[in-house]
Each structure stands twice: as C-alpha cells, then as structure tokens.
Design a protein around this ligand. Structure first.
Ligand code: ARG
Length: 461
C-alpha cells in the first residue's frame, strides 16, 4: 500500500480495525501545506549534504510544487488507504516524481520530527490570526471608552454597589486583560520558534543534514538542541492551549457582564440587532447569544487544554503514538477563538450604553459611604472611627429609605460634630470620581493616563 510508510517486516497488512483507529488524515490534512514546506526545506539540506544532485533537487522541488498546487485545488486528496498526511503526501510525490526520485526524500527524517515541527508551524500562524482578533477586541473597548470618557456607572464588588467608577475605566479593565493575553501569545511564540526538524525519530540523523538550515527555511529561530525533547515534548502545544483558555475565560468574563447589562433590570446596554438573536416562539425576544456562546465556548477551550494535558501526563520519552491525540485539541482551540473574536469584538463595538441610567444608579446604594469616611480622614479623624461614623450615616439613611445626600446637615452633626456641612462636597458622583486621581484610579485624568499607557503597550503587539 503506497499510502503507508512501513510494512517491510510485516507478513500482511493491518487489520481493518487498526487501520481505522490509526488513521489521522481526517484531521491532520490541514497540515498538508506545512508538510510540503518541510519537504522542500528537507530536500535542500539533502542536496547540501550531497545526497541529492542538482538535477534531483530541482526535479524534487518541481514535483513538490505540482503536488502543492493539486492539494490547494483539491485535485489531490488523501486516499481512504492513507494513514496520515505524511504518508499520503509521499504517495503523491512518488506519483509525480517517480519512485526513483520520490523515494529519496524520506532519508534522514521521521514522521516524529516532522509532525512536531508542522504542529508548531500551524500554531504559530494561528497565534498571529488570534492576536489580530484580540487587537480588534481591545480596539473595540478603547473605542467605547473614548466615546464615553466621563460617563459614570455603579462600580461593584460581590455584584453589590461599591463605589462609582467611570464606564471608560471599567471597559479598560477588560482591555488590560486582553492586552496581557496578546502579550502571552507573543511571548509564547519565542518558545514555539524552535524547530524539531532534524531530530529524526528521536536520536538525530547520521546523514550530515543541517537542522538549522531547515529551521531558517521554515521561519524558526533555531533548531532543537535535544532531539529527544524535539520529538517528544508538547509543552509548547499545552501552553498555546492554556493561553487560548485564558483568552476564552477573559472573553467569558466580559460576556457575562454584557448579558447582565442587557437585562430589563439593568438596562445598561442595547445590543445591536446584527449581534443579537430572536426567539422562535416569543416575538419580542432579543437575546445576547454572542455573549452566551462566548461564555459557553470558554468551557470548550478549557476542555481542550485539560484533555491535552491528560494525554501528555505520564508519557515516557520519546515519541509515543498517544501524541497523535495532540492535534485536535489545539486545532479546536484555534478554530474556536478565530470564530469567537470577530463576533465578540463586533458586539462590543456596536453596544449602545444607556449612560443616563448608569449615571443615575452610580451613587445609589450608599456608594459614597467610603467618600464620607475618607473625607473624615482628611479632617484628621482616624479611619477606624471615620468608618464607624460613615456606617452610622448609612444606617440612618437606610432606616428612612433615603440616600446619603438626602440627610440634612442636622442629621450629620447629630451623628458626629466632625460631620460638618462641608461633607457635602464629596456627596456627589463627580466629587467621588475626581478624588480618585492617583495612578490606576477612576478619575478622568487618571483614566486618560491609563489609556495612553495601554495604547503604548498595545503598539508593538
Ligand atoms: N500521525 C502521527 C502523529 O500525528 C505522526 C507520527 C507517527 N509516528 C509513528 N512513529 N507512528 O503523531
């Protein structure tokens, strides 16, 4: 069978059940162009080592070009009998170059170093696509922050009103998380930029081939320094899956907020029609399905990561066939994020905020109590006592069903002589926001400085 790369020592062909189990072309075919790129690079080092003459090299490269064109056009596809992408493409090469020339290419390489290299090439390309989607997501958040520089909203802890914050500050909090995800993909790429090609089955090659020439040809920074590590390690895949999971979790966090903001009860945002869905029975429904799918797919991404880690756990050196299971989780992680990011960034960019309602709610629920306590501290009152006095004011207001600014000057002075009428200067959303002006705070000028820093960190990514 030409699609198989082994067989000499076997008495007969594999059982149908084994062939079916073993076959990976259903999912590894998407590595075909990387496999062909690897074959070109490999042909060149065979030539440099004197194992292919000039004419053989050009014949080989021509056949690989034709094979690639046929793969791209769909004229060449994996046959039912092909075990994997490597075996299938060797068959295709031999069909085009003849067995005399085509049969020479496999010298000095193994599917073990090939597959480890092709996976990295695939992931490095897809990390760049994902990074572009992350940049769009950060840009959408920055766009909304810039469109609402002074709009206040209720800042929450434990989902309870805590202190007023600027909407722009809140949106940029999500942007920072995505900038770190971007930085992680960029940093990951440095570790992924090491090529296992040349590691052979596990011990390297005796044929005098230059692994660094192959590495450079395929866009890597260098070749692996340990052939066993080169063929057997998949931590770079697992790290990719982790960064993808973290990105999914960050997408899920903002999505959960948008789902809440879009409820009748919150009424903070209206979703654009293009990013909402309807109900098959309830005509009035407008559902935040993009955000819900993002929340749901975070679970899928975490599953990809944990499934891969479980596969890797306990594998002895060097290559084991278990490693064939490494591809689907990382392919799925990449596909999932590439599907998700344009939808989430589009949803964010088109959100319409009900800034009036958010501003009205911002100081409610005694969200200015900390401002009273900190005002007292500025008057020289120890914070422990200030906290108690502000708490008293909350108790009085709550018992009357009013807010802190509804209490009279007499109410305040009855709580403590420290609570003079000047306390009113901090009993407004604006006063509260403006006072938090140190780095990282929610005051408008601090948020401006934050945005400038964010954009500076984003620029090189
Ligand atoms: N299809 C295999 C994989 O995905 C390629 C390597 C197979 N190597 C082997 N010795 N059977 O891992």
């Amino acid at each position: 069978n030409e699609g198989s790369l082994w067989g000499g020592r076997f008495a007969g062909g594999p059982a149908d059940a084994l062939a079916a189990l073993s076959k990976s072309t259903d999912f590894d075919w998407r590595l075909a162009r990387y496999d062909i790129a690897g074959s070109r690079a490999h042909a060149r080092v065979l030539h440099a080592a004197g194992l292919l003459d000039e004419q053989e090299l050009s014949g080989m490269l021509r056949a690989l070009d034709r094979l690639e064109a046929d793969v791209v056009s769909g004229a060449y596809v994996a046959a039912e009998s092909d075990e994997d992408v490597h075996g299938s493409l060797e068959r295709g090469l031999i069909e085009r170059a003849g067995p005399g020339l085509g049969g020479k290419l496999r010298a000095g390489r193994s599917r073990n170093d090939q597959i480890a290299t092709l996976g990295r090439m695939f992931l490095r390309d897809h990390a760049r696509l994902i990074a572009a989607g992350l940049v769009d997501t950060v840009d959408a958040l920055i766009g909304q922050a810039e469109a609402h520089p002074y709009a206040p909203m209720p800042g929450r802890t434990h989902l309870q009103h805590a202190q007023p914050v600027l909407l722009s500050h809140h949106l940029l909090a999500h942007a920072w998380a995505f900038v770190r995800d971007l930085q992680r993909f960029v940093d990951w790429d440095r570790r992924a930029a090491v090529s296992p090609y040349g590691s052979g089955a596990l011990a390297g090659s005796s044929l005098g081939l230059d692994p660094n020439a192959v590495a450079a040809d395929l866009g890597f920074d260098s070749a692996a320094w340990n052939s066993i590590d080169g063929t057997a390690s998949r931590d770079v895949y697992a790290e990719f899956a982790w960064v993808a999971s973290m990105t999914g979790v960050d997408l899920s966090r903002i999505s959960e907020e948008i789902i809440f903001w879009a409820t009748k009860e919150a009424s903070f945002v209206t979703l654009d029609d293009a990013y909402s869905t309807g109900s098959s029975i309830m005509p009035q429904k407008k559902n935040p399905d993009v955000a819900e799918l993002a929340r749901g797919k975070a679970g899928r991404l975490i599953g990809d990561l944990t499934g891969l880690l479980a596969t890797l756990k306990g594998l002895p050196l060097a290559y084991n066939r278990d490693l064939q299971e490494d591809k689907e989780p990382v392919f799925d992680a990449a596909d999932t994020l590439e599907l998700l990011l344009p939808a989430v960034s589009g949803m964010i960019a088109t959100l319409r905020f009900n800034t009036e309602r958010m501003a009205e709610l911002a100081p409610q629920g005694f969200a200015l109590a900390t401002d009273i306590a900190e005002w007292l501290v500025r008057q020289g009152v120890p914070f422990r006592e200030a906290h108690e006095l502000s708490g008293e004011a909350v108790k009085v207001a709550e018992s009357r069903g009013v807010e802190l600014w509804d209490l009279s000057d007499d109410d305040y002075s009855a709580i403590s002589p420290h609570l003079t009428p000047e306390v009113r200067t901090v009993l407004s959303t604006e006063g509260s926001l403006n006072s938090r002006s140190s780095q990282g705070g929610t005051a408008p000028e601090a948020v401006q400085a934050q945005l400038a820093e964010l954009q500076q960190q984003l620029a090189p990514l």
